[in-house]
Ligand binder design. Structure first.
Ligand SMILES: [Zn+2]
Length: 153
């Protein structure tokens, strides 16, 4: 029987606890869990997992690599086909003066490796000029963003 899996505070990254871990009995973790990332593979209509890694950071990076692998012509043709449509939407919005704001999930550990750069995923859809990129956990209006970035818009 595998150990218990729990969510981490990082979207799409899970911890796999060892069989003997107290978390299975509702208590605090007392093991050294492994971590893995999960991505939805729309083309195959199922989730895909990274291999299990020793740190949250490694699992986070592996998940980003997996996302990049999945958005290509072979694996996700509709993902690739949507890019020019979104480009057109963005161009029209910008032409009409509509505010464009991007959002991102932060790095689990910015001190160890930098926050993701939105243009790394799909460069064609990257922000232009000084369009803001709000990087925060699930609710983009909490923490600093409520007081700084979004207040301007
Ligand atoms: Zn544990």
């Amino acid at each position: 029987m595998p150990g218990k899996d729990t969510k981490t505070r990082y979207q799409g990254v899970f911890a796999r606890h060892q069989k003997h871990c107290a978390i299975a009995n509702g208590r605090a973790c007392n093991c050294k869990p492994s971590y893995y990332g999960v991505v939805w593979d729309r083309a195959r209509n199922r989730t895909v997992k990274t291999k299990r890694l020793t740190t949250v950071n490694a699992a986070w990076n592996a998940r980003i690599d997996l996302i990049k692998q999945l958005c290509n012509e072979q694996r996700r043709p509709r993902c690739v086909a949507s890019i020019p449509k979104i480009q057109k939407l963005l161009a029209e919005a910008r032409a009409k003066g509509v505010t464009v704001i991007y959002t991102l999930f932060p790095s689990p550990s910015p001190a160890t490796f930098p926050n993701p750069v939105i243009g790394d995923y799909v460069p064609a859809l990257a922000p232009k000029g000084d369009e803001p990129v709000v990087t925060s956990f699930v609710d983009k209006f909490i923490l600093r963003d409520k007081d700084t970035d979004f207040k301007r818009y």
